[in-house]
Ligand binder design. Structure first.
Ligand code: PLP
Length: 455
């Protein structure tokens, strides 16, 4: 029996279908059942406490158990647990949150927010907003969506069709027509150049070639994450996003920034787009919007996009109504939690802290890399970091998956009280933004020990 199996009993795997997980593997290696959370720590109810190096799933940005958020949820629950926002009614937390989001993203030019229940739904809304925008703007042939290889935009069929990681897609083909992916500027793994600036230029050119090839008049939008997350924390060269904006502008294509992970501080700026100095047309949020206390997604649009949905027609269901919506859009408890959460993000200056502690942790990991040749690449921006393990550092050959190399390092980290996430042999570190350099040291030292033991 593995260490994990000893900690848990098999009831955890009897009836649950777990996302993205092999049931046979889980029967041997049951998940750790997290029962408690306090700040940057979580516990499993069996006496083990862990430093949360993954912030739940990149989302518990202000940390666990924040009394301010709990209080906001309770106060809202005392007033009203739910009411629909489908237009003939609404609720005040969703209205207040829309104001708040547009204030925070005013420098990016955002003027309206559409709510949903998570990142996939928020991206689905972004895709539909872009498509309907072009119908309303009198260019109904602009329907195609271009995105990046390696992108993760979620699991609903539109978001999945825009995704660029084949293992998530191949079981569900054929996916939606009209979605195309172009090369992502992956500095560590690309066949073109080791010069980041040249790579950023080249990948922007490849996007432009694709737009021209498809016919600019058929392309609705280009969507991308400011830093690719689930694709393995791929930080693009600094020139890439400004060039993307130029390419989109040259061809009238809308730019959608999927800020589900990068939104609200994780990459060291309030937004990932802001870190690159770029104003998108549509911004997509979830996760850090309320640190996961209650599911919530939001899709923001700028004045240009919003204007297309304005009508002189005063009837309730005009063709200019955005024809989309989920029951839980603007859920009052989720929005109340978000308002309290965003106050913490601003008051505690968490984007700046993520930048500072993230840079410290990146430097520590790069130092550790010098002693461990299997640490092929260490990369990151703010508190989103990736460590790609390779069997051969010269050729960058990955480990044979059957070796479970990443899993063995992960188990060592868990035994030492550190939770980080491994996607096969790439480790992702995305802790709460309240992390200190001492917490970063604990992660770095533990990873160092774990890899020494497994090597
Ligand atoms: N977009 C990005 C960049 C993500 O990382 C994720 C989830 O990890 C999603 C969208 C999908 O969000 P959700 O899982 O809330 O549907």
């Amino acid at each position: 029996m593995t260490a994990a199996a000893a900690r848990n009993n098999d009831t955890l795997t009897r009836h649950v279908v777990y996302p993205f997980a092999n049931a046979n593997f889980l029967a041997e290696n049951p998940p750790i059942c997290i029962e408690g959370g306090d700040g940057v720590y979580v516990s499993d109810g069996q006496g083990s406490r862990y430093l949360d190096g993954q912030a739940g799933l990149w989302n518990v940005n202000v940390g666990h158990g924040r009394p301010e958020i709990k209080q906001a949820i309770i106060e809202q629950l005392d007033r009203l647990s739910f009411y629909s926002t489908f237009g003939n009614t609404t609720n005040s937390p969703s209205v207040a949150l829309a104001d708040e989001l547009c204030r925070l993203a005013a420098p990016e030019g955002m003027v309206r927010a559409f709510f949903s229940s998570g990142g996939s739904e928020a991206n689905e809304a972004a895709i539909k907003l872009a498509k309907q925008y072009w119908r309303l703007a009198g260019e109904p042939l602009r329907t195609k969506i271009i995105s990046l290889r390696g992108a993760y935009h979620g699991v609903t069929l539109g978001a999945l069709s825009a995704g660029g990681v084949n293992v998530y897609k191949e079981q569900f083909t054929p996916l939606l027509p009209g979605f195309f992916q172009v090369e992502t500027p992956h500095v560590y793994r690309n066949p073109f150049t080791s010069d980041p600036e040249a790579l950023g230029r080249l990948c922007a050119e490849l996007l432009e070639r694709e737009i021209v090839y498809q016919g600019a008049g058929s392309v609705a939008a280009f969507m991308a994450e400011p830093v690719q997350g689930a694709g393995g924390v791929i930080v693009p060269p600094a020139n890439f996003w400004p060039l993307l904006r130029e390419v989109c502008d040259r061809h009238g294509v809308l730019l959608i920034a999927d800020e589900v992970v990068t939104g609200f501080g994780r990459s060291g700026s309030m937004f990932g787009s802001r870190a690159w100095g770029v104003n998108p047309d549509i911004m997509v949020f979830a996760k850090g919007i309320n640190s996961g206390y209650i599911p919530l997604g939001a899709t923001l649009i700028n004045a240009k996009v919003a204007a297309a949905f304005q009508s002189d027609d005063k009837s309730q269901f005009t063709p200019r109504a955005f024809m989309h919506g989920n029951t839980y859009a603007g859920h009052p408890l989720a929005c109340a939690a978000a308002i309290a959460n965003l106050r913490i993000v601003e008051q505690e200056e968490l984007p700046a802290n993520a930048g500072k502690v993230g840079a410290y942790l990146l430097a520590r990991l790069k130092d550790i890399q010098k002693r461990h040749p299997n640490m092929g690449d260490v990369r990151g921006k703010g508190l989103m970091l990736g460590i790609e393990m390779v069997a051969d550092p010269e050729t960058k050959r990955p480990f044979d998956l059957a070796e479970n190399f990443g899993q063995r390092i992960w188990e060592r980290c868990v035994a030492k009280g550190v939770l980080i996430r491994n996607l096969a042999d790439t480790f992702i570190i995305s802790p709460p933004l309240t992390f200190t350099t001492e917490h970063a040291d604990k992660i770095a030292d533990t990873f160092d020990e774990a890899i020494s033991a497994v090597e």
